[in-house]
Design a binder for this molecule. Structure first.
Ligand code: PLP
Length: 463
């Protein structure tokens, strides 16, 4: 690599990106292109001779940006936040610049050690139990996504159980969660070989504000035990994807403990808010959890991807995921003095992702991060108030964080018609390109949900 060319190109790329941010509101926030648009605009094979950066940037401006949905636009309100920041961006740049592949401690000691330290910092900000700190038997690790996080802990729990009860018992292992849980759990079960008929997605409806009922869990566990099945994994969510419902961790955790289940808490979105003392009570009971996950790439100003996972027993991950071929053996690993993160995740290779989280924590500080969370929640409260004042609309589920679920007030009780009208409104709003919002269906008995379920076994999340 020619360092001077890097400097020149790097400066021009930063200028390009800075200009993009300056003009981001000029673009329709939701891309308005049609499927296949890009193939018509780009050549069908790669160039034989090198092209200039100017030519490439011109193509980005003319052909790529129209096909971008602008997640960083202030007019983007869909799905969940995925906020980048200057600090996160700097961390990404540094990580790309160093471009290490830190699967074992020896492959870049700083990458492993910084990750351990930064996740300890974040754990302390969230006031997680000390067992999640890397100084004991547990520790934190950065996964790419919450989906990978739930997968690795499900595999760890599965193997821990199978080790105890025998490999042939896989068809007896049962997973529990509410039907509001993200479909990532379902995918983890599919990959982990959990039998589909042993995945209990327990109904959570308006009567519990879409939270998992401890009574329903107890009943399901007793029923399964009496049928000779083996309850082994409970996934609770703090801030469900559809409506930010909060499963009652303390009560659920106690049930998990009494029955010997691995207890995972998915706080992918709402976990970030828990650095504020006033929102921390939402994860009370996390002391009972075996693992806890929040996505710093959602609501913590850390550029995608950065999903923080903590476990109390890191050996459980290692026992399930470790491989030790000759070519990876080294003194440090063999003395057991170091963490080799390759054994805590699915892939071997891993990026230096802790740099961006470290930059975010250092360049902003926890006070500013708390204020940032509060400002989002205040904006959501303001919007909720505006909806409440408008007789055409209603807020459908309690607003706890920065998600407001609202709809057109259904006239008469024709839910199908109400659903159709809400969809038409959503499409009309999104087609303007001025803002981008997304939908869900709350409520198990909704006819539209039943219809969707019969064609699509995914969860009822609109995401
Ligand atoms: N869990 C919850 C509660 C979520 O809201 C989401 C994404 O919306 C996920 C898991 C999946 O996140 P990821 O894309 O990081 O796998």
């Amino acid at each position: 690599m020619d360092a001077e060319q890097l400097r020149e190109y790097g400066h021009r790329m930063v200028d390009f990106i800075a200009d993009y941010y300056k003009t981001i509101e000029d673009f329709p926030v939701l891309s308005q292109v049609q499927p296949g648009y890009l193939r018509k605009l780009l050549p069908s094979s790669a160039p034989v001779d090198p092209e200039s950066l100017d030519q490439v940037l011109k193509d980005v401006q003319t052909n790529i940006l129209p096909g971008v949905t602008h997640w960083q636009s202030p007019n983007y309100f869909a799905y969940y936040p995925s906020n980048s920041s200057i600090a996160g961006f700097m961390g990404e740049m540094l990580s790309a610049g160093l471009n290490i592949v830190g699967f074992s401690w020896i492959t870049s000691p700083a990458a492993t050690e910084l990750e351990m330290i930064v996740l300890d910092w974040l754990s302390k900000l969230l006031k997680l139990p000390d067992e999640f700190l890397s100084t004991g038997q547990g520790g934190g690790v950065i996964q790419g996504t919450a989906s990978e996080a739930v997968l690795v802990v499900l595999l760890a729990a599965r193997d821990k159980f199978l080790h105890r009860v025998g490999k042939n018992a896989l068809n007896k292992l049962v997973v529990y969660a509410s039907d509001q849980t993200h479909s990532a759990l379902q995918k983890a079960c599919q990959i982990g070989g959990i039998y589909p008929e042993n995945c209990r997605m327990l109904k959570a409806d308006a009567s519990t504000n879409y939270a998992l009922s401890p009574d329903a869990l107890t009943e399901a566990i007793s029923h399964d035990i009496s049928n000779g099945l083996i309850p082994f994994f409970l996934c609770a969510t703090v801030g469900t994807t559809s409506s930010t419902a909060i499963d009652p961790l303390l009560l659920l955790g106690r049930i998990a403990k009494e029955n010997g289940l691995w207890f995972h808490v998915d706080a992918a979105y709402a976990g970030s808010a828990c650095i504020c003392p006033e929102y921390r009570p939402y994860i009370n009971g996390v002391e009972e959890a075996d693992s806890f996950n929040m996505n710093a790439h959602k609501w913590f100003l850390t550029n995608f991807d950065c999903s923080a996972l903590w476990v109390k027993d890191r050996n459980a991950l290692v026992q399930s995921l470790s491989t030790n071929p000759e070519f990876l053996k080294n003194k440090a690993s063999q003395t057991n003095m170091v963490v080799d993160y390759k054994d805590w995740q699915i892939p071997l290779g891993r990026r230096f992702r802790s740099l961006k989280l470290w930059m975010v924590l250092r360049l902003y500080g926890s006070q500013n991060l708390q204020d940032y969370i509060r400002s989002h929640i205040n904006l959501a409260k303001h919007f909720e108030g505006l909806v409440a004042q408008d007789p055409r609309f209603e807020v459908v589920t309690p607003r706890l964080f920065a998600l407001v679920c609202f709809r057109l007030v259904p006239f008469q009780s024709d839910l199908d018609l109400a659903n159709k009208l809400n969809h038409e409104l959503l499409d009309a709003v999104n087609s303007t390109g001025k803002i981008f919002i997304s939908h869900t269906i709350a409520g198990e008995n909704h006819p539209a949900l039943q219809a969707a379920k019969s064609t699509d076994s995914e969860s009822n999340s609109g995401i």
